[in-house]
Design a binder for this molecule. Structure first.
Ligand SMILES: Cc1cc2nc3c(=O)[nH]c(=O)nc-3n(C[C@H](O)[C@H](O)[C@H](O)COP(=O)(O)OP(=O)(O)OC[C@H]3O[C@@H](n4cnc5c(N)ncnc54)[C@H](O)[C@@H]3O)c2cc1C
Length: 545
């Protein structure tokens, strides 16, 4: 049941999210001497992709900065931005000692801290403690649903529901940071089910734009039995076989072909056995990736000697790239007073259309979080003391409010299943083609029409789930609409009908729109430093298995 008493709060800065990006943003804003509230969908400290396991961090020591930056630029296939890569590396390097100061214990080597990865639950526990110490007010179990806009179009706060108090809440604020993670389309990838792209819908409704949404299809390996842990590192020591036990190989020039597994899975079942791990490797991977071994332990399986079926689970924009378009170095968006950070923001400057997993993403969350937090605090201060007296209206529409007079409500579970039917299959989302994208877009359009109807709103859960169904449908449409318009293969965006990378398509693709979608080419004009774009097909789309 929904109670009548809505919670009303005000702050200078509201941060939406509860992962590292949000925590860094809230701390950085509070450090500017302003009042900060942070609202998380789950419990800040245990929710989101980072809290679920842990991350390697891109944080080379200064003598290696240039080397790592050049490599990252190369991986970005002419779409990354060297200046941004350098500033992310520097900011991350300077920030990690703070985490240590706040109580996190990095491992030591010869008396020196090795700050190259963090254990997620402990890292987030330390960040939460630090927020409380800094005077930040935390609203747990409080998914944000929509932004508030002032008459001049600037952001004025947000509104959401509190799951445990069964009520709405409103936070009036001079500026808002969207740090609500990426969108994994409820694939159950561990830690990612809170991440349903709500911020993208909120941003677009408020007048913001998205970018690089064609890079929204990151898949990650997991065991196919009763588990959704997508930590890929242990599989680096796997050999793969088919149903009959035939070795599937999958190497090109001695290195594992990234297209090997998806191609093999599209042909039939694939089994992995971690039989390439030496005793030394076993000790390391079991310690640093122990969560990946839990499913084996529970099922009584020895992964080093027994074959286990594997699958690929969609992580979408979590380890993909697309998100809210940033318009300046402070991580501002097109909407005055609205900032974005972490997986919620497009990571194109750091990754191009490639994945930022394995280090860059963690660094991106740390650095963009702080830039957004400071940017938001400065913006809020510029409004003066009466910022929260501005007349404001709620900007949310689809999945929240309807013009329909019909009494029937749409079925949010069915909508989610419909979206997943278009986004999960490798045949549609990994190997894309114009025809398949058009077919999927037509089906998603039908779902979009359905979510224009009445949302079920009897309980906070109904309210959250109706809006979530709308967000997932919206994100899927932006992803495929962008994919349709980039007529080349580049990094994670593979078009079977355009298998080559086209040097002439050196632009970021902005997108947005609600009923009527649009794309725009934002040309990149800085000189290419070291191009890695080849004129021959860069991704083997059909393997020889
Ligand atoms: C298995 C796995 C392994 C990974 N390994 C690495 C690695 O080794 N190195 C690396 O760099 N990256 C890695 N990543 C990626 C990395 O975890 C993410 O990039 C990082 O967590 C991003 O931080 P974030 O704060 O933006 O998002 P998250 O950590 O996902 O946090 C998002 C937060 O937003 C909240 N939220 C969502 N919607 C709402 C809403 N409507 N209202 C309020 N709050 C909301 C969620 O509850 C959550 O707390 C990995 C990801 C996965 C899934």
């Amino acid at each position: 049941m929904l109670t009548e008493n809505e919670l009303q709060l005000s702050a200078d800065v509201l941060v939406i999210g509860g992962g590292p990006a949000a925590a860094w943003a809230a701390w950085a804003a509070a450090s500017q001497g302003v009042k900060v509230i942070i609202a998380d969908k789950g419990f800040l400290g245990t929710s989101g992709a980072a809290a679920a396991s842990g991350n390697g961090i891109m944080t080379p020591s200064p003598e290696n900065w240039q080397k790592v930056a050049s490599e990252r630029y190369r991986v970005g296939k002419d779409l990354a931005n060297l200046r941004w890569i350098e500033r992310v590396i520097e900011k991350t390097w300077l920030s990690l000692p703070l985490v240590e100061k706040w109580g996190y214990r990095f491992p030591k080597e010869n008396g020196e801290s090795v700050r190259q990865s963090y254990y997620g639950p402990e890292y987030m526990r330390v960040l939460r403690k630090n927020l409380l110490r800094s005077g930040v007010q935390i609203l747990d179990q409080s998914p944000a649903l929509e932004l508030l806009l002032a008459e001049d179009g600037s952001v004025a706060g947000a509104r959401g529901v509190q799951r445990q108090h069964h009520r709405f809440y409103t936070v009036r604020a001079g500026a808002v940071v969207l740090a609500n993670g990426g969108c994994a389309f409820l694939s159950k990838a561990l830690g990612c089910n809170t991440n349903t792209g709500d911020g993208m819908l909120m941003a677009v409704e408020a007048g913001g734009e998205l970018s690089s949404m064609e890079a929204s299809n990151h898949y990650a390996i997991s065991t196919a039995f009763n588990a959704t842990v997508t930590r890929g590192v242990p599989f680096g020591w796997a050999s793969y076989t088919d149903e009959t036990g035939k070795d599937l190989g999958g190497y090109i020039d001695g290195r594992r072909d990234p297209a090997f597994l998806p191609n093999a899975l599209m042909k039939g079942s694939v089994y992995a056995r971690l039989d390439k791990a030496t005793d030394e490797v076993k000790a390391v991977i079991e310690k640093s990736h122990f969560i990946a071994f839990l499913p084996y332990k529970k099922a009584g399986i020895d992964p080093y000697t027994e074959r286990v079926p594997v699958t690929l689970i969609l992580e979408g924009t979590v380890r993909g790239t697309g998100g809210i378009r940033l318009v300046d170095d402070n991580c501002a968006t097109k909407v005055p007073g609205l900032y974005a950070a972490g997986d919620a923001a497009s990571r194109e400057f750091l990754a191009g259309l490639a994945s930022g997993g394995g280090g860059p993403n963690a660094a991106w969350a740390i650095s963009t979080g702080q830039w957004a937090g400071v940017g938001a605090a400065v913006f809020a201060k510029s409004l003066g003391a009466r910022a929260n007296e501005r007349v404001a209206r709620a900007a949310g529409q689809v999945g929240l409010r309807s013009n329909s007079f019909a009494s029937e409500t749409f079925d949010s579970d069915a909508i989610v299943r419909g979206v997943q039917a278009q986004m999960f299959p490798l045949e549609k989302n990994y190997l894309r083609s114009e025809q398949k994208l058009l077919d999927s877009l037509a089906k998603l359009e039908a779902l979009w029409q359905q979510v224009q109807g009445n949302p079920k709103q009897d309980t906070v859960r109904d309210i959250e789930f109706s809006r979530r169904a709308a967000a997932l449908t919206a994100v899927a449409r932006w992803a495929y609409f962008s994919a349709l318009h980039r007529t080349e293969t580049r990094s994670e965006h593979i078009r079977v009908d355009y298998p080559q990378t086209d040097r002439n398509q050196r632009y970021y693709q902005a997108t947005g729109g609600l009923d009527k979608l649009w794309v725009r080419r934002d040309w990149i004009t800085d000189t290419v430093t070291t191009s890695s774009v080849e004129t021959t097909p860069t991704t083997p789309v059909v393997s020889k298995l």
